[in-house]
Every structure is written in C-alpha cells, then in structure tokens.
Design a protein around this ligand. Structure first.
Ligand code: DCP
Ligand code: MG
Length: 687
C-alpha cells in the first residue's frame, strides 16, 4: 500500500500511508515508522483498512495507466508538449500579480485550545478532542506522540497512553470562531472564512492606509486575536492565497511567516517546497505525480512541464504549472459565488431507523439555520450516505421551489433516506445547491421544473394553472430521484476536510479529487470505484466512526475560478495536436446513457456547456440537471398520462353525478341519501 515499492517484505507498515500517518504541524520529531507500525497493526483487517486497500488499488491502477500513456510519448510528442508548456508558462507568468498582500490565519489546535482555555488544568497535557472512535484534533503535546486529527481514539491511546480525551462541543467552537472573525473584520471586511478556525484576509489596503508591512499587520492581528479570545493563532503573509496558506503552517503554533512580494523570493521559496504542502494536492495527486513523473517538489512541476501538459487536462495543467511558478489567486471572490451548503455527521454505524431519522433532523436543522443566516434557498437537495462498509451513496432530488426551512429540507430528505433503508449507516449528510442567487445561471435559465413540463407539454396551461389541487398533487410528486454515480462529489466537502487535506475552498486551486477526476477522464476507470474513492479519500475526518460524536461539518463552498476564456481558447488550438494521446478518452467517456460526458474534457456532450474538469461540483450539478431533466420528462409523460386518465375520471364522475341528479329528480325518495358531493352541488346551486 501507499504506492511505494519499498513497502513489502517484513515491514508492510512502511508503505501504509493513510491520513493518520501524514505529518501535521507539530509532528516533526515524531518517530514516523513507529506511528506507521502501530497504525498499521491496529487497523489491519478493519473496514477502514479494507477501504484503504481498495483506494490504493485504484490509485495504482491509475498510476499504471498513466505510466502507459507516458510510455506512448515519442520524443517528437515530448518536444511538442514542451512547446505548449513553455507557452503556457509564459502566459501564466504574465498573469503574476505581486501587488496584493494576503494573510492566511489559522488557529492553533483550535478545538483543543478552546477546551484548554475553559479548563486550564489541561494546559501542557496531551489532549485529544473526540472519542475512542475518532478524534478531531490534538494538542501539540499529544502530536509529539504522533496523535493527530482524524485518527481513531483507540489508536491514539496506543501511541500516547496518557492521552486525555475531551468530548467536542461545537457551540463553544462556534462562539470562539465568531470572536476571531470580529477581529479579522477589522483588517479586511471582506475576509474569506474557510472553516471555523481559518480565514484569508486581503491586507493590501490596510497596509497601504497605515503605511505598514504585512509582517506588522500579522503580528498585530495575532495579538488582537489573543487578547479577544485567549487563543493563539498562526499567520502566513504572501502575495497570493495559495502561498499565504502554505506560509501560515510554517511557524505553527503561535508563529508567522512572511513571504515578500518579490518574484525571486517566491521562486526560491517554491523551489524546494514539497508538492503535498500545497492546498489541492493530496495523497492521490501526490502519489500520481511522484510515481508517474517523479515530481516531489513544486519546482519539478516546471521541469516536467511537458509531461504534465501531456497527461493532465488544461485546467489541472494550469494549476500544476501555477504551483511551479508560485502563482495563486489574488482577487476577492464575491459572496454570491457560493454554490452549495452542506452539513454532515459521522456516528457509529447503525441500522436503527429512529436514530438515523433523528440524525437527519439534526442535520436538516443545522443546514437550514446556516442557509437562513445567508438568506439562501436552494432547489437541489442531495443526501449523502456512507454505509458501514464505507460505500458512499448520494441521492439527489430536484425541487420545484427554493427551500430553506428545516421542515422542507427534512421532509424531502426523509423521502430520500427512506428509499435507502434498511441499511447500516455511519455517515449522513445533506447538501442544498442551485441557490436562488445561483451565479452559473444555467440552472435557472434552463432547468425545467415539472410545472414547466406540465405547462408546456401535452397538458394545457389552463388545466395546470387553474387547478390548485392538481398543482399540489404535482408538488407532492416533484421529487426527482436519481442515483448519482457520484464522480467525486457527494454532499460536498466539509470545510475541515477541505482545508486539511484538500483545498481550502477558496484558494483557487482544484482539489485533489479534481485531479483524480482528471485522471478518470484520461484513464478510463470505472466510475463507481472512483466515486467511492473520492468520497472516502475526502471525508478523511469521518473515516473513523465517532461513537456518538455527532461530528458536524459544514461546507460553504465558493466557486473555483479556473482557466479564463482566453486560456480555453488557447487550449482549443492545442487539442488537435494532442488527440493521439487523448484518443483513449473517447473510450472512457462512454458513460452511462443518462450522464453527460465531457467532450475534450470540457464540453458537455448533451448541451455543449463548457465546464473544466476541476469544476467537479458544477459538473455534478450539471449532471444532476440533465438527470433531473430526463426524469422530469419521464415523469411529465406519466403525469400527462395521469392527467388524461384523470380527465377521463373527471368526465366519468361528472357523468355519474349527472345521472345521479337525474336519478334524484326521477326518484325523489332517494333524496334522503344524497351523496355528499351532490349535496354540495345542490347547495351551490341554491346559492
Ligand atoms: N478538525 C476536525 N477534523 C479534522 C481536522 C480538523 O474536526 N480532520 C477540526 C478540529 C480542529 C479544527 O477543525 O481543531 C481546525 O483544524 P486545523 O486543521 O486547523 O487543526 P487545528 O487547528 O486543530 O491544529 P493546527 O494548529 O494544526 O491548525
Ligand atoms: Mg488550526
């Protein structure tokens, strides 16, 4: 396992690289091999272990395939791709913006620090927040033993026998998080919070106004945060968000690192930086880049740029080359770019339906309150279920109207969940998307609701518009069930997953899984396997089963902007030349009939809309849209059939009533026993 060849023999743990063994801040001096061995021994044979093995096999398959692709490249191809890469590198270089100063702030051992603040007797002790099944974070004292977030508590205990456990208390963390945000606001009113404990601040203005450097602002902000909360944080200052995030981790805890707005300084900084340090490069991408192309540092992205160009989509190539150049996002995205909101909980696997519905109600409540805080209403509801054997399923429904209330969310979510039961479940999540302020617009402009179909279809507008009972009947049927193949996106990443293992949702880089989906397109791998792996690799925090931990994670994703229209245009030119390599894709793309595939990795086969591969979420929503449309069509056919049936029944009923009336007239005796509807008919007449 772990993608390395040195892992076999009598030390199999050496290659067992799960998230538990990946070093976090404060774990530098840890005996990695000891941790690996303990983690390996304690998880061997578990469902988690089996799942890791499946994932690993999947990665290996991808690696093999990419190696085969690489081997196909002739020297001529390579020099061709080198030309393309060089051109792209100079285009990207031209976009380098050194005029902004970004600060990334990240609280230190956040949950553990809050617990210690409220219970000073914990100070200086190895502390884990969580339980035997899973821990959310560990104090720096505990990290020295190799204990870290996402690790099952029982493994952590083995690593650190004196470990103290504190149950999580999300209310407290939210309270302190809000205090920190009040401080952030003073430095940048438009700061971007990516989780409870981290945020990006554009401090360009405040530096200018006060004639100070980023370093001083970082010092001041950290002091402010400490004074207001009693908690320490770490900061990174850099010309863009991608680098600021890397920098904030360098001097953790309670430290800061400043990267000057100078090209040479950036290039030197990036040259030896391991690729895994970059938000958006997780275990999968790291393994692929390392094992296929031998890329370990950011600088090597540029050295191997021809191969990067040959093997990855345009969007991923741009990302990788940008990483090699140390270029990241410098703009402040608009708040309206939020595409979805989600909430999920992990718990011990259970089949108990009462418990499951209770969990679902809690999640609906959290989600609803989050949505209401931002005044959002959404029209697609997605349920995510992780089964006891770590299989991840997503079920979505397209709704006719925007919903945000707990009742509405729960009502629809219940229907989705019921369809899955009986089932042993370890995680439930809900996501609402297609917001009323959906910027993509394609959904609002073109997504037909059932009502639209009824109105525009066989059934006449008059019938629908004028008959409320029919409308409500349709409302009850407005759910469009479809089983998404879930190529990577379920209920959306939780922030914590994101910032820890994949992308900070607004760092401007595609996620690890996006690169994987990139590979999927190039490596014809089975969709479901990919889905499972994406899901399980990304929800690392949930990988282990919190007892009754009820670990809430929320995801507030914003849109990732990728290559500009211009770069797409440029890429068009390149496409003709790379068909030889990408010919394979044609085979891959033959997805299930109802699912659009992406021509040239960009264009939807069904409607022609262009979405780059890294826009995994938009792509999923887009697939949802087509699936919904198809199902709506089917449904509307049923409905129109039903309507005809119904009209027939109405005619029949009228006919029956008429004859009853006639009967009544002809036999007054029967009048004593008027059917109730005739009574009303009669009554109305009298009015
Ligand atoms: N968290 C979680 N599950 C994870 C990772 C994190 O529940 N897999 C929670 C607990 C953390 C908080 O999110 O306290 C912030 O995550 P960080 O990655 O920033 O970790 P910490 O703040 O705990 O430590 P650090 O000092 O490394 O930032
Ligand atoms: Mg933190």
């Amino acid at each position: 396992m772990g993608g390395r060849s040195d892992g076999g023999g009598d030390r199999p743990w050496q290659s067992y690289t799960t998230v538990y063994t990946n070093a976090k801040a404060g774990m530098d001096g840890v005996d990695k091999e000891k941790v690996q061995r303990i983690v390996y021994e304690m998880s061997k044979g578990s469902k988690y272990f089996e799942n890791e093995q499946r994932k690993e096999a999947f990665i290996q398959q991808k690696i093999e395939h990419m190696r085969a692709l690489c081997a196909k490249l002739s020297p001529l191809d390579i020099s061709h791709f080198q030309m393309i890469a060089d051109k792209r590198i100079s285009e990207l270089e031209a976009t380098r913006d050194l005029s902004k100063i970004w600060l990334h702030v990240d609280m230190d051992a956040f949950y553990a620090a809050v617990e210690t603040l409220e219970n000073p007797s914990l100070k200086g002790k190895p502390l884990a927040v969580g339980g035997m099944s899973m821990i959310c974070t560990a104090s720096y004292e505990a990290r020295r033993f190799g204990v870290r977030a996402a690790m099952p508590g029982f493994i952590a205990c083995k690593l650190c026998p004196d470990l103290i456990f504190a149950p999580p208390n999300f209310k407290k963390y939210t309270y302190y998080s809000e205090l920190t945000r009040k401080v952030f606001q003073k430095y940048d009113p438009n700061f971007i919070a990516t989780s409870l404990d981290e945020a990006y601040l554009n401090i360009t203005e405040v530096c200018k106004e006060r004639g100070v450097r980023g370093e001083e602002i970082a010092e001041e902000l950290r002091t402010d945060v400490y004074e207001v909360t009693g908690l320490t944080c770490s900061a990174g200052v850099a010309p863009n968000r991608l680098l600021a995030k890397v920098c904030s981790d360098i001097n953790k805890p309670n430290g800061q690192f400043v990267l000057p707005n100078d090209r040479m300084a950036v290039m030197t900084f990036i040259s030896s930086l391991p690729i895994r340090k970059i938000g958006g490069i997780g275990k999968v991408t790291e393994s692929v880049l390392r094992d296929v192309l031998g890329i370990m540092t950011c600088e090597e992205m540029l050295q191997k740029s021809a191969f990067v160009c040959a093997l990855f989509s345009h969007c991923s190539t741009d990302f990788f080359l940008s990483v090699g150049l140390g270029i990241g996002k410098t703009d402040t995205p608009q708040g309206k770019l939020r595409k979805s909101m989600s909430s999920e909980r992990t718990f011990s696997a259970t089949e108990d339906e009462t418990l499951l519905f209770q969990r679902l109600a809690d999640i609906a409540e959290t989600l609803s309150s989050d949505m209401q805080k931002e005044g959002l209403g959404g029209r697609t509801l997605t349920l995510k279920v992780k089964t006891a054997s770590f299989e991840v399923r997503t079920r979505a429904m397209s709704l006719q109207r925007y919903i945000c209330s707990r009742e509405d969310i729960l009502n629809h979510a219940t229907k989705l969940l019921k369809a899955e039961l009986p089932l042993s479940v370890r995680l439930l999540g809900l996501r609402v998307s297609q917001f009323n302020d959906d910027r993509l617009g394609h959904t609002d402009r073109s997504q037909k609701t059932l009502m639209d179909f009824v109105i525009s279809g066989d059934t006449s507008r008059k019938v629908t518009g004028g008959n409320n009972s029919l409308v409500s009947e349709i409302n009850d049927n407005n759910l469009m069930h479809f089983c998404l193949p879930a190529h990577g996106d379920g209920v959306g990443l939780s922030n914590d997953d994101l910032h820890q293992y994949f992308i900070p949702d607004d760092s401007g880089c595609p996620s690890d899984s996006d690169h994987l989906s990139d590979l999927e397109h190039k490596c014809h791998t089975v969709d479901n396997a990919a889905a499972e792996m994406h899901q399980s690799t990304r929800s690392l925090k949930d990988e282990e089963h919190a007892t009754q931990l009820a670990h809430v994670t929320r995801s507030h994703e914003t849109e990732h902007c990728c290559s500009s229209g211009q770069s797409e245009a440029n890429n068009m030119g390149e496409k003709e030349n790379i068909t030889s390599l990408l010919d394979d894709k044609v085979v891959i793309s033959s997805c299930r009939e109802e699912k659009p595939f992406w021509i040239d990795d960009y264009r939807c086969s069904l409607c022609g809309i262009e979405l780059p591969p890294s826009f995994a979420e938009e792509r999923q929503e887009h697939s949802d849209y087509h699936l919904a449309e198809m199902l709506q069509k089917e449904e509307s056919m049923h409905i129109s059939g039903d309507l005809m049936q119904r009209q027939r029944s109405i005619k029949k009923a009228r006919h029956a009533k008429e004859s009853a009336r006639k009967k009544q007239k002809s036999s007054p005796k029967d009048g004593k026993y008027l059917p109730i509807d005739l009574f009303f008919l009669k009554g109305n007449k009298n009015l």
